[in-house]
Write a protein that binds this ligand. Structure first.
Ligand code: 8YV
Length: 330
């Protein structure tokens, strides 16, 4: 008998087919967001779970599902996993990094450019039938080329964003927990390491790419927004909660910064409705990694992790290595 797997969200048919070679599957192609109680019920007797960022895996859940051995998320971010709890309960936790770096970097640029050049605002105006004559000063925005790009968080996606700045003759500055080595800096568009204050003060366009953690909560809040240029744009493709959305809405209302491009929000999908009252925002529903090819590649990575766990190998993207002492995997 094959071990059982819960596929907690709707997923590509080819992924379901692939998984069915290894596991007895319980699917959710109706894509219902399960509450913890529902998830616990569905996980009874399951060896593993394929999930996304919407599934919270913590002590409360794990203490009720003793059969569970592996949880595999189709995401690079894993703030929905309590890794210490996973280790305590002997559960391997895996993510799906790398394959989304370039696609996500493309999207950060799309948001930055749409925000700086007021693309969606202008389109809404056109669609609403307001275009009666051309005007020299309609929708004047900010230039992207030749300006200073700031990147907060210089991991793999941050570096892919920085590389693209070369073609736009931009000066790239960044702040990160640790400084990159000189060769990595030069590959990343000649990025210059600065302290957080300088990053906030000097960026014409600031892109947030840090992973979410308790320490990163409201990393950009009232005080940080106050240090930015009034002409600056802010882009967040990382996670809701890193930016204080209420503080950002106030700053945008009062034009203390020019505009924001946001793919992630606090409490998404029920984000702060204050954003909808603003014209100087570009808002997208957490789609930075959403190209057909990349989402499929991410799902395939997540499958590889599950199959490795099943076959007694160390999953390629194991997040809690210390769990190996608690499993039979060498
Ligand atoms: C995921 C993301 O697709 O990878 C991440 O961390 O934010 C997205 O690319 C999304 O979180 C669903 O799991």
């Amino acid at each position: 008998m094959k071990p059982k797997l819960l596929i907690a969200r709707a997923i590509f048919p080819e992924i379901v087919e692939k998984l069915s070679n290894y596991f007895e599957l319980e699917e959710n192609q109706d894509d219902i967001i399960f509450s913890e109680t529902e998830l616990v019920a569905r996980l009874q007797g399951k060896f593993g779970m394929l999930c996304t960022s919407s599934a919270r895996v913590n002590t409360s859940l794990l203490s009720q599902v003793p059969s569970l051995k592996v949880v595999s998320t189709i995401a690079v971010g894993y703030d929905n996993f309590d890794l210490a709890a996973c280790t305590k309960f002997g559960v391997m936790a895996t993510n799906a990094p790398d394959v989304l770096n370039e696609t996500t970097a493309d999207f950060a640029w799309a948001l930055m450019m749409a925000t700086a050049r007021r693309v969606t605002e202008a389109e809404h105006w056109l669609r609403a039938g307001h275009w009666e004559k051309w005007s020299y000063n309609a929708f004047l925005g900010a230039d992207v080329h030749g300006t200073t790009l700031g990147i907060l968080g210089m991991g793999r996606i941050g570096r892919a964003i920085a590389r693209r700045a070369r073609g736009f003759d931009m000066r790239v500055i960044y702040h990160n927990r640790s400084r990159l080595d000189p060769s990595a800096e030069s590959e990343a568009g000649g990025a210059i390491y600065v302290d957080k204050e300088t990053l906030l003060r000097d960026s014409d366009h600031l892109i947030v790419v840090v992973p979410y953690s308790a320490a990163a909560h409201h990393l950009i809040g009232e005080a940080e927004l106050a240090q930015m240029k009034s002409s600056a744009t802010l882009v967040n493709i990382a996670r809701g909660g890193i930016v204080d959305d209420a503080a950002l809405i106030r700053a945008l209302q009062e034009k203390r910064i020019a505009a924001a491009g946001l793919d992630v929000f606090e409490n998404e999908p029920r984000f702060n409705p204050g954003f909808l009252t603003l014209s100087n925002v570009v808002l997208t529903p957490h789609i930075a990694s959403a190209s057909q090819a990349t989402r499929l590649a991410m799902a395939n990575k997540a499958v590889d992790n599950l199959v490795a766990a099943l076959e007694g190998r160390v999953p390629p993207n194991l997040l809690n290595n210390d769990v190996l002492q608690k499993t039979s995997i060498e």
